[in-house]
Design a protein around this ligand. Structure first.
Ligand code: SF4
Length: 390
């Protein structure tokens, strides 16, 4: 029977692999039956990929373990997955590779950041789905053991996972069997490899900032890897330009957290130069917010239309925006970093709308869903839309 390990590159699954590869008594199967599968989001920290290449891939290659890396091939499920590597002698951890559709590509194209509340949709789409697709093709209708690196204190997650994929998927949770917590895994990897294994995550992962401990770990990572940090900062800059309520820290901005660090000067200078080099655009952004049924104070579904009006250098675009504001008899609202002109502001009651012209890097695509115009008209004609008039 095949043993399939979902290898997320983090300390938990690294500890499992390391123990299995170095301590045969810890496993019940032959390594020829093991398949190690990683789903690449395209945005993993290079440091993690480098450590995997240095410490784990040589071990897997020595034992001839089949090692597979997969990714989404595009935004829709019908685009399928791409197998980036499938080998018994892995060398490169392809954290970003040609042919793979990256999570950041998707987020930038719609001018947003990963959402930090509720279920992790980005993880389901960019990790869970490609893994499931590959495994389904690998095992067909055969029974297989699916190994997951839940920690000893994650029994609730285990209980939720256990019934999935029955009857052919037989789940296995070695860390829970061994009673290993995250601290045990970190200690084990440190003892064996002499490495304090970093947290595996996308550079722009908002969950890395949700707790004080995560912020303390991630801000130094940003400062130490400024070229990678540009991805998260640029993504947030674009998202906030389009919607001032966005930010990588659950509505607050990562930028503000970085600014407050006394060592942030070189990163912020690099970020400014990076913004200067990008193409810029003025976007016309309209947002229509419905009311929840029977409650005009509660926001229902939001529809958005994003239209790129004019492109140029950063200086050109800011000059265009100032001119537009003058012609429309408005002010340019700015916090020194973002510049926007409000054409309509939202109301306290729903349905309502808001409408801005905003300057930002030209990385997002025009986008509005078919349902937008209907929602826009409903908001515009809502009972209490106190719009600024044209
Ligand atoms: S690491 Fe964070 S951003 Fe990346 S897929 Fe997982 S939850 Fe989303």
């Amino acid at each position: 029977m095949r043993i399939v390990l979902s290898y997320g590159l983090g300390v938990d699954s690294t500890a499992i692999l390391l123990r299995w590869l170095t301590d045969p008594a810890s496993r019940w199967f032959d390594l020829r039956d093991l398949v190690v599968v990683t789903a690449q989001t395209g945005d993993e920290w290079v440091e993690t990929a480098y450590l995997v290449e240095q410490h784990i891939y040589p071990l897997l290659a020595r034992h001839g373990v089949r090692t597979v890396q997969v990714a989404r091939a595009g935004p829709r499920q019908k685009d399928g997955i791409v197998v980036l590597d499938d080998t018994t002698h892995p060398i490169l951890c392809l954290s970003s590779a040609p042919g793979a559709y990256r999570l950041s590509e998707e987020l930038l194209s719609v001018a947003t950041v990963p959402q930090s509340g509720g279920i992790r949709k980005c993880s389901l789409k960019f990790k869970g789905w490609p893994l499931d697709e590959f495994i389904a093709g690998l095992v067909g209708a055969d029974e297989y053991v699916h190994v997951i690196g839940y920690e000893a204190n994650e029994v609730k997650r285990m209980l939720k996972d256990m019934p999935l994929g029955l009857p052919t998927r037989i789940p296995s949770y070695p860390l829970i069997e061994w009673g290993w917590t995250r601290a045990d895994c970190e200690r084990y990897v440190l003892d064996r490899l002499g490495v304090k294994w970093p947290k595996s995550a996308c550079v722009q992962c908002p969950y890395a900032f949700s707790l004080a401990e995560g912020r303390e770990r991630t801000i130094p990572r940003y400062l130490a890897n400024p070229y990678e940090a540009l991805l998260g900062l640029t993504m947030e800059h674009l998202a906030v330009a389009v919607n001032p309520r966005q930010g990588l820290l659950a509505g607050q901005q990562l930028y503000d957290l970085i600014v407050s660090n006394p060592d942030s000067g070189p990163l912020l200078e690099l970020f400014e130069r990076h913004l200067d080099r990008l193409p810029w655009a003025i976007y016309d952004v309209r947002r229509a917010m419905a009311a929840k049924p029977g409650d005009a104070m509660a926001r229902g579904q939001t529809h958005r239309s994003l239209e790129l009006l004019v492109e140029g250098t950063r200086a050109d675009v800011l000059a265009h925006l100032a001119r537009a504001a003058y012609l429309l008899g408005r002010e340019v609202e700015t916090d020194g970093r973002h510049h926007r002109v409000w054409l309509r502001t939202r109301n306290l009651y729903y349905p309502c709308v808001e409408h801005i012209l905003t300057a930002a890097p030209a990385l997002a695509n025009d986008k509005s869903y078919r349902s937008f115009e209907k929602a826009w008209l409903a908001g515009l004609n809502g009972p209490a839309q106190l719009a600024l008039s044209f």
